[in-house]
Write a protein that binds this ligand. Structure first.
Ligand code: MCA
Ligand code: AMP
Length: 518
């Protein structure tokens, strides 16, 4: 494609798209969209965002756009205008959205009309300007101007992730950091322009944005974007013979196994046959059990490739594309990523079979926590980022043992902070005190549970759980809402008065799933 104002870009991923102009970049509910259309749409979007300005100069721009071609046009439009993209999750309630908009400082939110009601309260509370995607797509009166040069060191993306304290923090990546993360995966997992990935992941986290969407766009491959995860639709597309790649969290594989098991024998055979031809299926974001690995192998003939990563570091450790994929292990450090284990005192562990905390270095590490210099500093030991995950190396492969903090919970592949949930729940009039824990769960990995010291002796366990669920849904993302509750007279504490969360976890384990679920 001849370079025009639409295609000219200092951004490697956008410039690269010109090479694939006629190929299909995105398939969504509206049809197939070639790379050439993305270039035009993102250029108009950039012009609309810029108005009379020459460059957004790293202004954060939030956006809530459905999975599909518009999502990419807005993302690239923000980048091409020199802004920082801040994706919002359409399923989040107003307080979560307000936190992200306020904390990022986004003054503009680009949004699909159908999200008007969802966004209204947060936009009003923060004073952010709402810019409908439809309007932005038309571009601006200033028309087709030359877009600014956006160098690799400039900030590109803020993703919100939970830590041990407070509300979610913004993890900032530059264009160069994203490029490093993408290039590592494209090489490791053998992406080519012949690939077609089925995309059913949320678009406000690294897994869905970088690993699935951006790697596809970088490679000139096709990304088929579903509006949301639906096991029947995913099976239908996986067995269509058109898809070469799939990436998901373990909970999704559990749900797909259940869907397959509920099908008739004839349907099962067709699903298994159809999905056998994919080139690669990847699992990550949470531990994949050997049981699910084996079941998936039985059903599809695929050995899932499990890998390990984190919003702050991108992907760090992976089983190989070619070679042994060992169930229960995440493999070896990816090319260009340095990984070490340290003991409690921060001393490097040498040799195998001694567990330690994972620390990582490399060009894919995040730049900073947005406007949190102290948190950024504290996350590092020397130049090594401390993940807070523990692992051991056995026969050359890393095995993840768990996290150092009981206050971080992984549920459905989402990372949530027990302390953040407790802070919100303490605002409920029926709660005097509470302790939130993650309890092992076959479907969700962990489920969020809460031990409550009630404000009144009259409180009834089942009724309070239901009331709390409904109340919390308006304040917290649905995956943070407790699924089970136990009433206690007091929370278990050690001799120092410190809450002993393992004891709280044990209460739920002894109780069994009970009235959890849903
Ligand atoms: C939803 N439900 C839950 C949970 N979430 N119940 C227990 N625990 C949960 N965590 C309930 C809902 O309340 C609802 O119940 C019912 O399940 C269906 O809800 P829905 O939201 O429709 O669920 P779903 O669509 O089936 O969602 C499951 C999911 C989703 C597809 C697995 O959680 C998901 O997309 N997870 C992926 C997260 C992800 O991308 N993580 C990557 C971040 P009721 O019907 O009673 O209301 S980590 C990352 O990026 C790092 C870098 C990495 O390593 O990848
Ligand atoms: P997030 O902060 O949402 O990016 O989640 C990153 C965390 O997910 C890591 O720190 C790990 O605790 C967890 N994680 C990611 N991949 C795996 C995996 N394959 N096995 C176990 N835990 C994982």
């Amino acid at each position: 494609m001849k370079e025009s104002l639409y295609t000219a870009s200092s951004l490697a991923i956008v410039r690269g798209a010109a090479r694939f102009e006629g190929r299909v970049a995105i398939v969504d509910r509206h049809g197939a969209h070639p790379f050439g259309d993305l270039l035009g749409a993102s250029s108009r979007m950039a012009n609309a965002l810029l108005g009379e300005r020459p460059d957004l100069l790293e202004e954060p721009v939030a956006f809530m756009v459905q999975p599909g071609v518009d999502y990419v046009s807005v993302l690239w439009g923000i980048w091409r205008a020199g802004g920082i993209a801040v994706p919002l999750c359409p399923e989040h309630p107003a307080p979560e959205l307000e936190h992200v908009i306020r904390d990022s400082g986004a003054r503009t939110v680009v949004f699909d009309a159908l999200f008007g009601e969802t966004l209204g309260p947060a936009a009003e509370a923060t004073g952010a300007r709402l810019l409908p995607t439809k309007q932005a797509k038309r571009g601006s009166a200033a028309g087709r101007r030359r877009l600014p040069d956006v160098e690799p060191f400039r900030r590109a993306l803020i993703l919100y992730t939970s830590g041990t304290t407070g509300r979610p923090k913004g993890v900032v990546s530059t264009h160069g950091i994203l490029t490093a993360q993408i290039e590592t995966l494209v090489e490791a997992w053998g992406w080519t322009s012949e690939d077609r990935i089925l995309h059913a992941l949320p678009l406000h986290h690294t897994h869905g944005i970088v690993n699935a969407l951006l790697c596809a766009l970088w490679s000139g491959a096709t990304c088929e974007m579903l509006p949301r995860f639906d096991p029947a639709v995913v099976w239908e597309r996986l067995s269509s013979g058109e898809v070469t790649l799939f990436m998901a969290v373990p909970t999704i594989y559990v749900k797909l196994v259940a869907e397959w098991e509920n099908a008739t024998a004839t349907e099962r055979a067709a699903l298994s046959r159809g999905s056998a031809d994919l080139r690669l299926m990847v699992s990550g974001s949470a531990p994949l059990t050997t049981h699910v690995f084996e079941r998936w192998l039985d059903i599809t003939g695929h050995e899932l490739l499990e890998r390990y990563g984190m919003t702050e570091i991108g992907m760090a450790i992976s089983n190989p594309l070619d070679g042994e994929r060992r169930p229960g292990y995440v493999g070896v450090p990816l090319s260009g990523v340095r990984v070490r284990l340290v003991d409690e005192g921060g001393q490097r562990i040498t040799g195998e079979e001694k567990p330690g905390r994972i620390q990582v270095r490399g060009p894919g590490l995040f730049l900073e926590y947005w406007k949190r210099l102290e948190d950024t500093r504290a996350a590092y030991q020397d130049a090594w980022f401390d993940t807070g995950d523990e692992a051991v190396v056995e026969n050359g492969y890393y095995r993840i043992l768990g996290r150092t903090s009981v206050d971080i919970i992984k549920t459905g592949g989402y990372k949530v902070s027990a302390l953040e949930i407790e802070n919100v729940l303490r605002g409920h009039r029926a709660i005097s005190d509470c302790a939130v824990v993650g309890v092992p769960d076959l479907e969700w990995g962990e489920r969020v549970c809460v031990a409550v010291v009630p404000a009144s002796a009259e409180a009834e366990q089942g009724a309070l759980l239901e009331e709390l669920k409904a109340w919390a849904k308006d304040r917290l993302a649905s995956y943070k809402v407790p699924r089970d509750l136990i009433l206690v007279e007091e929370l278990p504490r050690n001799a120092m008065g410190k809450l002993t969360k393992p004891e709280v976890q044990q209460m739920f384990v002894s109780k069994g799933p009970g009235d959890a679920g849903g």
